[in-house]
Design a binder for this molecule. Sequence first.
Ligand SMILES: NC(=O)c1ccc[n+]([C@@H]2O[C@H](COP(=O)([O-])OP(=O)(O)OC[C@H]3O[C@@H](n4cnc5c(N)ncnc54)[C@H](O)[C@@H]3O)[C@@H](O)[C@H]2O)c1
Ligand SMILES: O=c1ccn([C@@H]2O[C@H](COP(=O)(O)OP(=O)(O)O[C@H]3OC[C@@H](O)[C@H](O)[C@H]3O)[C@@H](O)[C@H]2O)c(=O)[nH]1
Length: 346
Amino acid sequence: MSKEASNGDHNSAAKAPPTPSPLRFSKFFQSNMRILITGGAGFIGSHLVDRLMENEKNEVIVADNYFTGSKDNLKKWIGHPRFELIRHDVTEPLLVEVDQIYHLACPASPIFYKYNPVKTIKTNVIGTLNMLGLAKRVGARILLTSTSEVYGDPLIHPQNESYWGNVNPIGVRSCYDEGKRVAETLMFDYHRQHGIEIRIARIFNTYGPRMNIDDGRVVSNFIAQAIRNEPLTVQAPGTQTRSFCYVSDMVDGLIRLMEGENTGPINIGNPGEFTMIELAETVKELINPEVKIISVENTPDDPRQRKPDITKAKELLGWEPKIKLRDGLPLMEEDFRQRLGVPRKN
Ligand SMILES: NC(=O)c1ccc[n+]([C@@H]2O[C@H](COP(=O)([O-])OP(=O)(O)OC[C@H]3O[C@@H](n4cnc5c(N)ncnc54)[C@H](O)[C@@H]3O)[C@@H](O)[C@H]2O)c1
Ligand SMILES: O=c1ccn([C@@H]2O[C@H](COP(=O)(O)OP(=O)(O)O[C@H]3OC[C@@H](O)[C@H](O)[C@H]3O)[C@@H](O)[C@H]2O)c(=O)[nH]1
């Protein structure tokens, strides 16, 4: 039987997980951990690759369709004997022999996930089914990167994992938030029905170097705008809040969750909460005191507040974020300046 504990009132696995590869128990081979990262060419995925490749026992395989990701994010690993990059869409089955699966593949920025909503749902539902099927066949442990968006426009604050959320099932964001909710359901059904070892992270807004410059999310928008001396576009009313986690903290949390004994879901995010006006003012102060801040129209169903309760992450994973927003923003500025070719004026 799996020793893993579920989180809260979920039923633990009734069945033992499928048998892992004999290689894991071989006395004669270096029993490397083979790790698949779907969406590994994206923002969080490529930082996760960097961290996992630091361990010489890990072999890393990335499967990505490059919709929002890029080979450029992985260029330092291409050609490395422990690294493999596959152009693959997770809506199609994938046959690889692996011990762990970090399943990240899914566009994360609202402008990209709304661009082709049917494809976003297919990625979340069929993509997750395919990865669970793979986990079942090879006996791999699988981690899903779910999202704070499963809480929708939350009616409790801060959000803890036992909150079921307030999601519009027919809105323009539903392809993503309902898609992730179904993905979580599939994870738990495979766990209960087939004994698959699962892990679910509910990620809150994450930022850092390598975000697409035209990604459309708020931190990357404000930093690019400040560097280009364009007005910072605060979407009305500007009093809506978010909590921003630096990417190295996020990767640390994801690895702890994968290596630990709890299925989750577990919130991983930074509880520091800011209104979008406060974020714009902080970016202005740190990056370009001359820049203007303007109010622009918002999009439908924008959640009004968001802040993680990370009690479970602290207790069960021994994890909490280390990097404050004021320290993380300049690290991201450096990367954006280099890519935009705009050095800082002294
Ligand atoms: N960054 C955040 O604030 C945040 C918050 C909550 C959850 N998440 C989740 O974390 C994961 C990574 O997010 P990110 O910020 O790195 O986004 P990202 O857009 O940079 O990365 C997503 C990656 O998935 C790939 N992809 C998309 N659809 C695919 C498909 N059908 N098949 C194969 N690959 C596909 C993209 O090309 C990209 O490389 C996503 O699952 C996202 O939902 C992110
Ligand atoms: O230029 C901008 C962009 C965005 N915003 C505002 O900033 C806030 C955050 O918007 P973002 O697009 O960065 O991200 P959201 O919080 O809406 O969604 C994100 O949250 C959780 C993840 O799963 C996803 O990565 C993403 O969907 C929203 O209130 C939005 O209205 C601006 O004020 N100006």
